[in-house]
Design a protein. Sequence first.
Length: 364
Amino acid sequence: MKRRQFVGGIAAAAGLTACVRQESECTKGVAASSETFEWSCVTSWPPKFPGLGMGPENLAERVEAASAGRLKIKVYGGGELVPPFEVFDAVSRGTVEMGHDASYYHKGKVDAAQFFTAIPFGLTNLELNGWLYYGGGIDLWRELYEPFNLVPFPTGNSGLQMGGWFNREINSIDDLKGLKMRIPGIAGEVLRRAGATPVTLPGSEIFTALQTGSIDATEWVGPYNDASFGLHKAARYYYYPGWHEPGSGLETIINKQAWESLPADLQAIVETTCQAITADMAAEYAYGNAMSLKRLQEDPNIELRPFPVEVIRLLQSLTTEVLEELMATDEASAKIGKAYFDYMALAVENSTISEKAYLNTREP
């Protein structure tokens, strides 16, 4: 997306938001102002779940307000209308107009889509948004989804995640062998090569699987969401950092025909509101994680631990191996991956002398 297009969208949406208060003045210049739309949005998240689930709910509320009720969106949680991992197909087919999920759930269908959620040891939240909004990432994303009749928009980011909850200690590389862990995307393949067994489960099934021993470990998000799921009641060891998801971007996907049916002003409202939700969700997670971590640390039954250095080094090496193979065998992944890593090389240099250097000064 070009910067001038983005700024123009903000201006258009801002003007239309003002129309909610001064409808009689604004409707004179808005084409098709009397036309209304009612959409359905399916998601991969438990209904109204903090952060992830409330993102699309907030999106729907803001779009309706900014459009003076011309575009209404009914949000369905994962499983309410379609299964959590069938959002992509439902929107692609036109069963519903809109969906909200994470693009790495499309592994095996559109492997290159994983770059737009999170790559192990990859871009942070701010770095990912920089690439998407100003580095051409969104253009590559839309090109990738074009054959599937979809138009994607970044909508939310949960930030740097935790490494996950474990029912056994990870003291060495050998402790990964035979580990059955819920973990999606490229990270799942990385763990498989380390000797573990990756499992893909929707959020609603994680607690029961961990509690009953169907899995030995799980990643989910971070303290804010993990505590609300009660994962600390099903596992003792809470590891960090979230090597697998350093800045997990979420997506809104819209059926192409539904998108093209909207007049330009409503398109501007939707696009700008998606960007606003991305910023809002990041702020929610920053605050929520800090508050929730404090409560978890006060629980004597929980042990907060860093991954051993040798484990992190192995996972880094295997991540490089997996990504090199993916980019060598999938044309879209090669194109998108090159753009991603070209930008990342510059972002890392900047982050090293800015965020990383500053955070080091705050160490006791």
